[in-house]
Ligand binder design. Structure first.
Ligand SMILES: [Fe+2]
Ligand SMILES: [Fe+2]
Length: 185
């Protein structure tokens, strides 16, 4: 079996497969994920791998060949932006031979969230929303909440995300609603 990939090899792949902006975002997500993993005991290496690979499937055109391995639901078929979660998970499995369930789960759940969110799932979800390159109003509040309490940080990030979708008048994936109903207090 092939040895696991180094961080440098993963970064090289990402540089070639992501826009400069998405690559910068990826490094921001990874940095915040590592920081939160240290704080909440999720495993720094896991957080690094999940952070680096969370958007690996972002470029649909470049990754079309992996789509056949992915089972999309009707929302993911309809809303193109939602395809890259499962696509990213597939790339993590097939290209980078990742078997760690927590890492694969965090990649798969990073943009819609889910009714079952583990510690690493929450960390990657928060990091995706609030990494250092994100500038929207309220991002500081998410960072602050996440530093104090992981669940509060997650709910703050989920709230912002759902607000964005509502303001844009777009459809919300049922998984996001399920996450909301499960975790809101
Ligand atoms: Fe994403
Ligand atoms: Fe992302």
């Amino acid at each position: 079996m092939r040895r696991s990939f180094t961080e440098a090899e993963i970064k090289k792949y990402l540089k070639a497969n992501l826009t400069a902006e998405k690559y910068r975002h990826t490094l921001g997500v990874t940095a915040l994920a590592v920081q939160l993993a240290g704080r909440y005991g999720a495993g720094v290496n896991r957080a690094k791998t999940a952070g680096l690979l969370h958007d690996a499937g972002k470029d649909l055109a470049k990754n079309r060949r992996y789509l056949k391995f992915v089972k999309l639901d009707r929302y993911e078929k309809e809303i193109k932006a939602l395809r890259h979660n499962k696509l990213g998970e597939t790339i993590a499995r097939r290209v980078f031979k990742i078997k760690d369930r927590a890492v694969l789960s965090a990649i798969r759940k990073h943009s819609t969230a889910d009714k079952n969110m583990g510690v690493l799932d929450k960390i990657i979800y928060i990091a995706d929303a609030a990494e250092r390159n994100r500038k929207f109003k309220g991002v500081q509040g998410i960072r602050k909440a996440a530093g104090e309490d992981l669940d509060r940080g997650f709910i703050a990030a989920l709230t912002k995300k759902i607000e964005f979708i509502l303001k844009k008048g777009k459809k919300i994936h049922p998984r996001s609603i399920e996450a909301w109903n499960r975790y809101i207090r």
